[in-house]
Write a protein that binds this ligand. Structure first.
Ligand code: PLP
Length: 391
């Protein structure tokens, strides 16, 4: 903080201006990029603040401090990917520790948890966290860590973070919320009782589809310190240049989210009315089962949505070949609009049985709605939908 900062800046101010005048050497307005892998000791047995880049880096620490502030946490660790952020938490557990994860979590998260369990590193149980009875039964097994993803990927199911955290506390379980889909601009799980927030910074926090990165934010300073040490032990800390790019993206986070979620709402409303679409999953729609919870715990509904085509898999192919302005690609959260087919792309590794159990059908398409003109996006979708059922 500098003398130009007030005592309690709002999140928008932190995101836009974090890093301003944090360069004590030259007063650089943009955060400086320190690429050095190592640092000179002041003398024999006299390390300075930084000694080695795996353990600590000034640019990475600026990003960690900004994310901790935005999420309302005590500290953060910046990692090389969203997966390594999740593994920072999971990899520290012991073989008899149980992880309770959503049955419809991101496919890569499921793959990681299953791979860790298959090697005997942890125990894992997948459960429908919106099913109160199933969640209560799973709690009886006393999990060490509960992982929550809300809205979930790709079905946008919303669960009540505060309620699940309260239940978790009763059995002494820690809760980590993957906040990738909304970002702290829209949802702050630590304020709702979570112990950790996990991000794939690859998505909205960086926002420009040019970085793979991750972060874990801890509510508690001791846990933040332990995670930071663990990041150094396993060497999964993020690269300085990636942190610098993510700091650059972060400055426009609030403006991007606002515009992108307005576009997403327009797209959801358009799809909801279209005859070729059998279902739209977006928590901003009044018909969405999680709408009331979303209104309570989110400041908006985000820019991710999914929908099902009435014409099944044949229509999926026709849509993808005809749609304009939505690029067929994995990932999400960038300024450009993307379309993905979870069954053959992001969630292919999950296997047919797990996909069916989670409700991910072959006719489901996921959209990451970007910053393009709303009219173009709708016109582009219209072309895709008009092709469904042709031939
Ligand atoms: N969490 C969620 C919700 C995701 O969607 C993803 C990737 O798509 C990840 C974690 C993993 O992030 P990364 O690809 O940066 O490793």
């Amino acid at each position: 903080m500098t003398d130009r900062d007030g005592p309690h800046p709002r999140p928008q101010t932190i995101a836009a201006a974090h890093g301003v005048a944090t360069d004590p050497a030259f007063g650089a307005v943009a955060p400086p990029l320190y690429m050095s892998s190592t640092y000179e000791f002041a003398g024999y047995e006299q390390p300075r603040t930084y000694d080695y880049g795996r353990a600590g880096n000034p640019t990475r620490d600026l990003l960690a401090a900004a994310l901790a502030k935005l999420e309302g946490g005590a500290g953060a660790v910046i990692t090389s990917s969203g997966m390594s952020a999740l593994d920072l938490l999971v990899g520290r557990l012991r073989p008899d520790d149980l992880v309770l994860a959503p049955h419809d979590c991101y496919g890569g998260t499921m793959r990681l948890l299953k791979a860790r369990a298959a090697r005997g590193h942890v125990s894992v149980r997948f459960v429908d966290q919106s099913d109160e009875a199933a969640f209560a039964a799973a709690l009886e097994e006393v999990p060490a860590l509960i992982l929550i993803e809300t809205p979930s990927n790709p079905l946008m199911r919303v669960v009540d973070i505060a309620a699940l955290c309260a239940r978790a506390r009763e059995v002494g379980a820690l809760v980590a919320v993957d906040n990738t889909f909304l970002s702290p601009a829209i949802q702050q799980p630590i304020r709702l009782g979570a112990d950790y927030v996990v991000h794939s910074t690859t998505k909205y926090l960086n926002g420009h589809s040019d970085v793979i990165g991750g972060a874990v934010i801890a509510a508690d300073a001791v846990q933040a310190g332990e995670l930071r040490d663990w990041g150094n032990v396993v060497g999964s800390t993020g690269a300085p240049f990636d942190s610098w790019l993510t700091l650059r993206g972060l400055r426009t986070l609030f403006a991007r989210m606002e515009h992108q979620q307005a576009n997403a709402m327009a797209v959801a409303r358009y799809l909801e009315r279209h005859a070729a679409v059998s279902k739209v999953h977006y928590s901003g729609l009044a018909a969405h089962p999680g709408h009331a919870i979303a209104l309570r715990q989110q400041r908006g509904f985000g820019a991710m949505l999914s929908f099902e085509l009435a014409g099944g898999v044949a229509a999926v192919r026709q849509f993808i070949e005809a749609v304009k302005y939505f690029t067929l690609a994995e990932s999400l959260g960038g300024v450009e609009s993307l379309v993905a087919h979870p069954a053959t792309m992001t969630h292919a590794d999950m296997g047919e049985e797990a996909r069916a159990a989670a409700g991910i059908s072959d006719s489901l398409l996921r959209l990451s709605v970007g910053l393009e003109a709303e009219q173009d996006l709708i016109a582009g979708l219209e072309e895709g939908l008009a092709a469904c059922g042709s031939e």
